[in-house]
Design a binder for this molecule. Structure first.
Ligand SMILES: [Fe+2]
Length: 137
């Protein structure tokens, strides 16, 4: 059983541009939730549509983060970028394996995506955000 995720203010990093992008990611993740539980007829096209939206936005968002990190010479930039790249590669790989007769795979995929994103925001993003903020003071 998969669950919708909810934005929590505990995810706020204190960098408004990035926080707003994270909120938008949660919103798209919830569209993916709806698609993953959608009717058989539209399943593939809906999943495809939302996953494209999600990956496009994620790539855009990751590059915003990477620009912030680089601009502030964050020492963990490369490792953080590698984590982003690995996630994007994994998602692109998984997308190709989705099919309408295996909807439980789509639900598992949804769980993987939201699990990764929320954990990443709560941990790795907080580290670089705190670093950037400490330099802005
Ligand atoms: Fe990140």
């Amino acid at each position: 059983m998969i669950e919708k995720i909810e934005w929590s203010d505990s995810y706020i990093l204190g960098i408004p541009e990035i926080d707003n992008q994270h909120k938008k990611l949660v919103q798209i993740a919830n569209e993916l939730y709806d698609a993953a539980l959608g009717s058989d007829e539209n399943y593939s096209s809906e999943m495809e549509k939302i996953l494209k939206k999600l990956t496009d936005y994620t790539v855009y968002h990751f590059s915003s983060e990477e620009n912030f990190m680089r601009a502030h010479e964050y020492i963990g930039s490369d490792a953080h970028k590698t984590a982003h790249d690995n996630f994007v590669n994994e998602v692109n790989y998984q997308i190709k394996k989705l099919s309408a007769d295996k909807k439980e795979d789509g639900q598992r995929f949804y769980s993987y995506i939201v699990g990764w994103v929320l954990n990443h925001i709560a941990k790795a993003d907080r580290v670089w955000a705190n670093f950037v903020k400490s330099k802005q003071v």
